[in-house]
Design a protein. Structure first.
Length: 573
């Protein structure tokens, strides 16, 4: 594989045909999985959630007030910049300083595609073209979803669809350009980039909070502040600085809200179309620069260099440190199922040790968000908002942030299935670390809020007893869904969009059902239990019931893992 130049158009057409064949194969395999009798329950629940999501979405869309054209144009262009900043922040912190391969250059290809395409006589431009062909397919499907939401706000649906496709496809190119640019940074420059982007994100968050505090009266309910945050985010996206950064999307944003055809519309259409190949050329140049920089970087890091020796010495000390001693002690003192669980847990702890800063930031943000209602007031009402924030963080933020379970081991599922341990032991060992970290977040947040609000022993005992079971249920359900409908790492596309929305709706309905059951059981206990014992009985029965549901969730996940077949269920690369 060479780094510069362009392959013939026929090569690009062959790659397009290869992508079309892969799409057809994936659709066929996905349909076989959906129609499988083993997954009929999961498929039925997913279909019901998807139907409910569609009905709720159409109902909300039919009742909302149309957005002004000028404001919609600013939001379309500004939102692209905000997402690009978010992606740059995530990319700069997830990029390894020492382990970077010039041949992959952060490509989003599966293992099979890397083996056959990058090992063949193809230029890097062709590899980029193959990636962008897949991005174009995803952009079409995302355009359809967003057009359904915004068609009520525009006069010309065809112009909206064209503008959305151009904007989304351009954003995909910019996202890859950001990844390549960050990959080409030297270790010192990468650290500077992390600091700079973190300061930019902090400034953006500060501006949003300041706008919320200025636009919301003091003492307003927490819900008003939440709506204020959404409005402030829209104002930031419409600000002058963000709009200047969004100049590649100016033409598309104007084209989306155009109400008639004319000379300005034709110019905006031409600019929307022309900016895409220009961005592709910039991506090819940045990718070439990244490939050359990483090749030079790897040549300088020879086995005898001082930096590599220091890195290996530090790695050996780390591996022989706390985690290794913990694992040796567990192997010496524990046997049977407990020892197997702790062995899997120590393996996950080693991965945590390598990414401790990212995990710490992932847990610190939910803590701050959950405790934010206390900045408004310290009444008992705010305690309920803190509890709600902890529950929402457990349901929505913790699973994607703490993927130290089966989802992280998608490439090693065959190895895990071959280990001499029961499915229950494997599931408990895989879930132990993310559940423990989530419980630590829950206890820390509730303890801080409880020391300020002082809601009483019944409230503290109730939620401190329920929250660990909720964490077990959430991670068990996430892993059961993944094992029933697995996907490869960093997968994107319409399937992942639908998957995310269905899971989000299912979590929301589960949360409402949980709150309904808690209220119903409280009314039953108040009616049939003596007043002196109602608090104690309610807390004990609720905590025991939640623990029973958590145990059932682990059992279901174990059953799904036992029925997992690596030959047919493993995700396509």
């Amino acid at each position: 594989m060479t780094a510069i130049g362009w392959d013939s158009p026929s090569t690009i057409l062959h790659l397009a045909d290869l992508h079309a064949r892969q799409v057809r194969s994936r659709i066929k395999v996905s349909w076989q999985r959906i129609a499988s009798p083993q997954r009929i329950v999961a498929t039925s629940l997913a279909v019901l959630c998807l139907i409910g999501y569609a009905i709720a979405g159409l109902t909300i869309l039919s009742q909302r007030t149309p957005v002004a054209s000028e404001q919609l144009s600013l939001w379309l262009s500004g939102s692209m910049v905000v997402y690009a900043l978010y992606h740059a922040m995530r990319s700069v912190w997830s990029t390894s300083i020492t382990e970077r391969n010039p041949d992959t250059c952060d490509t989003e290809l599966g293992e099979a595609a890397r083996l056959w395409l990058m090992g063949g006589p193809l230029r890097r431009s062709s590899i980029l073209g193959y990636e962008l062909i897949g991005s174009a397919t995803q952009a079409v499907l995302k355009t359809i979803l967003i057009a359904v939401i915004l068609f009520h706000d525009v006069a010309r649906l065809e112009l909206l669809v064209t503008a959305l496709f151009g904007s989304i496809f351009l954003l995909e190119i910019v996202r890859r350009l950001i990844d390549r640019a960050i990959q080409s940074l030297s270790p010192r420059t990468l650290i500077v980039g992390r600091v700079g982007l973190s300061l930019a994100a902090l400034a953006l968050a500060t501006e949003i909070l300041v706008n919320v505090s200025l636009s919301t009266p003091i003492g307003s309910p927490t819900g008003v502040y939440l709506f204020g945050i959404a409005s402030s985010l829209g104002n930031v996206a419409s600000s002058t600085l963000v709009q200047w950064l969004a100049f590649p999307w100016w033409s598309a944003s104007k084209l989306a809200v155009a109400d008639r055809y004319g000379a300005p519309t034709i110019i905006q259409f031409a600019a929307t179309v022309c900016v895409v190949p220009l961005a592709m050329m910039c991506l090819a140049l940045v990718d070439q620069h990244c490939w050359q920089r990483l090749s030079e970087f790897n040549r300088r890091l020879e086995p005898t260099s001082r930096s590599v020796r220091r890195w290996r010495q530090w790695t050996e000390r780390r591996d022989s440190g706390i985690i290794a001693r913990f694992r040796q002690r567990m192997d010496a003192n524990l046997s049977g199922s407990t020892g197997q669980v702790m062995t899997l847990a120590s393996r996950q702890c080693k991965s945590l040790w390598m990414h401790w800063l990212t995990v710490l930031l992932s847990l610190l943000i939910p803590v701050l968000l959950s405790l934010s209602p206390l900045l408004i007031d310290t009444t008992v009402e705010q305690w309920l908002f803190v509890v709600g924030g902890v529950m929402l963080s457990t349901l929505l933020l913790a699973p994607p942030a703490l993927r130290l379970d089966f989802r992280r081991d998608v490439r090693r599922l065959s190895l895990l299935s071959s280990l001499p341990m029961t499915p229950q032991v494997a599931v408990i060992g895989q879930l132990w670390l993310p559940v423990t970290l989530t419980v630590m977040f829950q206890i820390t947040t509730l303890a801080i809020a409880g020391s300020i609000v002082r809601p009483g022993w019944i409230q503290m005992s109730l939620w401190l007893g329920i929250m660990p079971s909720l964490a077990v249920i959430v991670f068990a359900a996430e892993n059961a869904i993944f094992l029933a409908f697995p996907h490869r790492e960093r997968a994107e596309g319409i399937a992942m969009v639908i998957r995310t929305k269905v899971i989000f709706l299912g979590k929301s309905l589960s949360l409402l059902l949980l709150l309904g059951l808690l209220v119903t059981w409280a009314l039953v206990c108040r009616r049939w239990i003596p007043e002196a014992l109602v608090g104690s009985v309610y807390v004990v029965t609720t905590v025991v019931g939640a623990a029973g549901i958590a145990g059932l969730a682990v059992r279901i996940t174990s059953r799904v893992w036992r029925r997992f077949d690596c030959a047919s269920d493993a995700p396509l690369g």
